[in-house]
Design a protein around this ligand. Sequence first.
Ligand SMILES: Nc1ncnc2c1ncn2[C@@H]1O[C@H](COP(=O)(O)OP(=O)(O)OP(=O)(O)O)[C@@H](O)[C@H]1O
Ligand SMILES: *[C@@H]1O[C@H](CO)[C@@H](O)[C@H](O)[C@H]1NC(C)=O
Length: 356
Amino acid sequence: MVGLQWKRRARVMLTLLSASVCLVMLIFCIWWPSVTDLIEVEKCPACYGVSLCPAITRGLLTVDTFGSVAGFVNILGSKNVLFGMLGNQKVVLKKLGHAKELVNLDSIICEEANLGSSCHVNEAIWQQGDLIHSIRQHVANQGGGLLLCPTVVNMDHLLSNVFYKNKDIGVKVLHANIWTSIMINPEPLLLQVLPEQDGWPVAKYLGACGRVVVEEYAGEMLTSYHNAPWLQRANFAYQLLIAAHNFTDSHPLFGFYLTDISADNIALDSHGRLRFVDLENVIIVDRNAPVEDRPLSWNVPHVSETYDCDGCFAFSAQAICSHSRSDHNFYAVCQLLMTGTTVCRMVLRCLEISNL
Ligand SMILES: Nc1ncnc2c1ncn2[C@@H]1O[C@H](COP(=O)(O)OP(=O)(O)OP(=O)(O)O)[C@@H](O)[C@H]1O
Ligand SMILES: *[C@@H]1O[C@H](CO)[C@@H](O)[C@H](O)[C@H]1NC(C)=O
């Protein structure tokens, strides 16, 4: 008797359980945007580009729906980073901004155009006036995440890779794409300025379609390797210091200072190489700035201020911009490594010895 009741209760429980699983899956499916919803290609040229649209039309891009809980959380938290596949390559899809930022941009475009409720951003963007002028202004004031200083006169040199790689696109459309990126997040531009293919420790940029850019999946973040063996962590330290050196000195014209260096923005790829995946906030110093634009302190290397506490990190864009070279990147990676270890100091010593 007791056994029978138990069985019935178990059956009811099971039915309830499967019903709720179904419901969750249904909500999941309704909530989950299709690739077409994500890309908003109708907003082009107020978008990041169209290089990957043909691949998407052919169905080569798929988004992980159930594979990653993190992906779902990202969408809900409106971080707008999704994982997927492009052909047989693992990729990351980025809208590059929170939903609110993207809506804001659309209202900026529409306000300028004064078209009221009949505004379509794809047409309204042409009312922005001289887009290159607007880009220059934003890059000079850090209106977006990109700051070029102490002057923007050499901006065309900075973006020469972008112009070259997109030379088949009409100039006006390309300017609109660059403008959109600058307004939301300059990461895709930086990934083209410092291409992974040339050895820069960044995620490989694969292209864009509408309001989505696609990057190669660069691996798990360093946060997953806190307990890695000492030798592996020493190797991370070494790679991070080389990266700091590269961003500071390896570009022939500009120094790149990353202002958002943290363990959850650095991936370890399948070849054991570290890659920076968040290039939203970067200060770019024009080492060849015309003499009349150079601040007095220009030739004195900038030394980051030290704070005597764990994990503290502060920087001043103005200070970095007033010197042709700064130790900012070294300081930032050392902050990352110093928390609880002396590995960084040791590797720094080695680098000094090897004259880096
Ligand atoms: N190319 C990539 N390969 C692997 N993982 C990535 C890649 N790009 C981003 N991610 C993952 O997605 C997360 C968020 O990406 P990203 O930093 O670009 O977005 P965000 O909105 O700027 O987030 P936050 O400002 O909080 O770092 C990263 O912390 C990382 O875990
Ligand atoms: C980074 O620096 C190392 C050491 O100087 C150098 O060998 C390498 O070519 C640099 N990478 C880039 C992308 O410049």
